[in-house]
Design a protein around this ligand. Structure first.
Ligand SMILES: *Cc1c(COP(=O)(O)O)cnc(C)c1O
Length: 394
């Protein structure tokens, strides 16, 4: 790439590595880590994050689409990769080709996977000679209502997989719906899910079938309930330095279970022009803001196609030279305008930081932005656009 936009995202890989190691230290000895690098590692760049995760001791990786799994394999990543969502029949051959481990939860889907493995085995003598069965993880829907079988069907499906010539049961898993909530209702719902899952695992064991790697907890549950870590945990958001919703550092420190994580991404832009504004001049579509007095408007080449949200107009502030300045008027697709007042000490092309870790010069985090926009850090991070270059900070 020649030249660089004023807008880019810095990826502080050291912070990512710190977070993986902190999680590794936090979990019970022997508990494996499956790092969720779906959605391009929550917008941070899947390949560098996956490589860093493996380097720091993560045993598994998780993705949401077959394409995301292929991207990791093409980058020569050898770690087992779990596919968290169901894929289409046309993607099944690639599951096998790239050795991506699917979650299965019903007979029909198992048949699709089995047929793809059978077809690949027929086509390849080498694979036949190895006679290696293809691992699937049996997902149990204990209350998320998304992927998996009902707990009462787990034993029969495990038996079906166990009896297959082509498949083997590599693991059993579930996913919590409200582990990130602190209300009594959330806590009891999560506990009910945990108990239903444990019973489903027992029902499989009772048939003399090994359940493989048993896993249930994403970021919230793994931090909150040590006894729910089972054989493996599936952290996502905490890898990127944010706490899931209500399971915050404050909540956790009250429980004396500190897991300190650091934000990894900084969303950076710059002042592409400094415009002296006279009282009465307006900015942006709809002229929703008019200068009440003389000021300086900075033009920022960042808009909603880069990851800002239109609804942040009115709340968004940008850090320039260690101070916060308000965005004025509507946020456009590619640009927005910041009120720099006297703009004392500010020059054209100066760096402006939207959010990030302190060392980036940011004064706000993705959590701060999320609160103002009525969303969660996950959405702020994954909305950072494709055209925003990710720059690794070593
Ligand atoms: C996304 C996802 C995770 C990671 O969730 P976080 O809340 O980001 O930790 C774990 N398991 C499944 C099934 C997921 O879909």
């Amino acid at each position: 790439m020649s030249g660089m936009r004023l807008t880019f995202a810095e990826i502080y890989l050291k912070n990512f590595e710190h977070n993986v190691k902190a999680i590794k230290k936090f979990v019970k000895p022997g508990v494996k880590i499956c790092c969720s690098v779906k959605a391009d590692a929550y917008g941070h760049g899947a390949v560098p994050c996956a490589k860093a995760a493996v380097k720091c001791g993560a045993e598994y990786l998780a993705v949401a689409t077959v394409g995301e799994g292929i991207e990791l394999r093409e980058a020569k990543i050898k770690a087992p990769i779990l596919l968290l969502s169901y894929c289409s029949p046309s993607e099944m051959a690639d599951l096998v080709k790239y050795n991506i481990t699917p979650f299965v939860g019903d007979e029909e889907y198992i048949e699709f996977v089995e047929a793809a493995v059978k077809k690949a085995a027929k086509a390849s003598q080498a694979q036949k000679a190895a006679a290696k069965k293809f691992a699937v993880h049996l997902a149990v829907d204990t209350g998320m209502g998304r992927v998996g079988c009902l707990p009462c069907d787990a034993a029969a499906l495990a038996k079906r997989i166990f009896g297959s010539k082509y498949l083997c049961l590599g693991g059993m898993c579930t996913h919590f719906a409200s582990a990130d909530g602190t209300a009594a209702r959330d806590r009891s719902y999560a506990k009910k899910q945990r108990d239903a899952f444990a019973a489903a695992v027992e029902s499989v064991k009772a048939l003399g079938i090994k359940p493989g790697i048993v896993h249930a907890s994403a970021s919230a549950a793994l931090m909150d309930k040590i006894e729910w870590q089972f054989d493996m945990v599936r952290p996502g958001i905490i890898l990127y330095g944010y706490y899931p919703d209500k399971i915050t550092q404050k909540y956790l420190s009250a429980k004396k279970t500190p897991l300190l994580v650091k934000p990894v991404m900084a969303l950076v832009t710059g002042i592409s022009a400094l415009r002296p504004f006279k009282k009465g001049m307006s900015v942006s579509y709809g002229s929703t803001w008019t200068a009440a007095k003389d000021t300086t408007i900075g033009v920022l080449p960042i808009g909603y196609a880069d990851g800002l949200l239109r609804r942040q107009a009115g709340t968004l502030k940008v850090s320039v030279g260690g101070k916060l300045y308000p965005i004025r008027g509507r946020i456009c697709m590619d640009q927005c305008m910041v009120d720099l007042g006297s703009a004392k000490g500010i020059k054209r092309f100066d760096r402006a930081v939207i959010f990030g870790p302190k060392e980036s010069g940011a004064l706000l985090t993705a959590d701060d932005l999320a609160k103002d926009a009525g969303t969660i850090s996950y959405e702020i991070l994954t909305c950072v656009g494709k055209r925003v270059q990710r720059v690794l900070v070593k």
